[in-house]
Design a binder for this molecule. Structure first.
Ligand SMILES: Cc1ncc(COP(=O)(O)O)c(C=O)c1O
Length: 357
């Protein structure tokens, strides 16, 4: 099994950091690179002519590698919401159709479609949070519900952020394809930890940020756009989204056709090389360990906690229904709920007093 990697982080021995689903710690190598990058911005005349391209393409390649994509199918964006906004602009759910979202899912894969539904004439169907924790069955039932309007899209997280429920995206994709529906995957809690292969799966859009499970900074995210959606109009109109609009050319607007691939969707001001390099390093580290090894190690840790609370009035989702790296503890007894909430708040306050939260 993958050995402890504590030495690669700035985490003292007496700290057990359990909150990577919120934001992960930056590896030491990333912190060093960030300091050097700040210095580089202080002396920009030292940057070579090919520096910018090398930075963009390093990050794009690292992101593509984690999801099994071609680099040209990945755009550099700032957040999951930005990626979903691209999808909202280039993919229109048919009038009269329904779009599936998950109850209590994060806002990013949900609100874009809610906002567009009325004007574009489609409806939002929310899959209720299943009491047995089985998201996959609940989603499959919603996809196949008889008598329902046609389905155009499922815009869902692959791991539910509120209960750690794991969605079997392969089975969902098969069911969606049967209905001719598109698939947008918010893979925030998937990429880096759960093996992901877009070439095999063939989703329409798959998006992930770097600040959680791929050990990167805020403000960096990546969107995979299937080739069939690479002909759309980007959210922002940039020079680099076009084939030949370059300040060094005698004619500035030499060729304003869009880039022929997902590079056209790159965000404005993508040249934030400090965070771009930080993002690359985290993704490269995750790839070097490999999803299989990371899952094996984290599953041992979450299992240890699950075993530790066995016998207490606390519910833990079945192992086959939850993500291996996130553990959500439930307090099913309504009578105990208030007490448990107070105990958790008290525990958090005590940690905070000791500078541990
Ligand atoms: C499932 C999920 N999606 C997306 C995000 C972040 O979205 P954004 O990058 O749009 O802020 C989070 C953050 O908690 C999340 O848990």
């Amino acid at each position: 099994m993958l050995a402890s990697q504590r030495h690669q982080f700035d985490i003292p021995r007496d700290i057990a950091y359990l909150n990577a689903a919120a934001w992960s710690p930056l590896p030491l190598a990333t912190q060093e690179a960030a300091r050097a990058a700040v210095g580089r911005k202080g002396q920009p005349w030292k940057l070579g002519g090919d520096f910018a391209d090398a930075q963009h393409e390093r990050a794009r390649a690292a992101a593509a590698r984690l999801i099994g994509a071609d680099a040209g199918d990945v755009a550099l964006v700032s957040s999951v919401g930005y990626g979903v906004a691209i999808a909202g602009k280039v993919f229109a759910p048919a009038k009269g159709s329904r779009v599936l979202v998950l109850e209590n899912d994060h806002t990013s894969p949900v609100l874009e479609w809610m906002t567009r539904a009325e004007a574009q004439g489609f409806t939002i169907e929310t899959v209720a949070q299943p009491s047995n924790g089985d998201w996959t069955s609940a989603i499959l039932a919603a996809i196949e519900r008889s008598g329902a309007p046609p389905l155009s899209l499922a815009s869902i997280s692959s791991v539910h952020w509120s209960d750690g429920g794991l969605v079997d995206i392969d089975r969902v994709q098969v069911a969606l394809k049967r209905q001719g529906a598109a698939f947008l995957i918010d893979a925030t809690h998937g990429v880096g930890v759960l093996a992901t292969d877009v070439k095999r799966l063939d989703p329409d859009f798959l998006i992930f940020p770097t600040y959680k499970w791929v050990l990167g900074p805020y403000g960096r995210a990546f969107v995979y756009v299937a080739k069939r959606h690479q002909g759309g109009v980007p959210l922002e109109q940039t020079a680099f989204g076009r084939r030949n609009v370059k300040a060094e050319n005698p004619v500035y607007f030499a060729d304003t056709r869009y880039q022929p691939n997902a590079r056209r969707y790159d965000m404005g001001e993508r040249d934030h090389f400090i965070s771009m390099e930080m993002a690359s390093i985290g993704m490269e580290m995750m790839a070097a360990w490999g999803a299989g090894a990371v899952v094996e190690r984290l599953a041992v840790l979450t299992r240890r906690i699950a075993d530790g609370v066995a016998g207490l009035p606390i519910s833990v989702p079945d192992e086959h229904l939850r993500a291996p790296h996130i553990l959500s503890l439930g307090f099913p007894d309504p009578g105990l709920c208030g007490t448990a909430a107070r105990a958790v708040a008290d525990f958090a306050a005590r940690l905070q007093r000791r500078g541990r939260l």
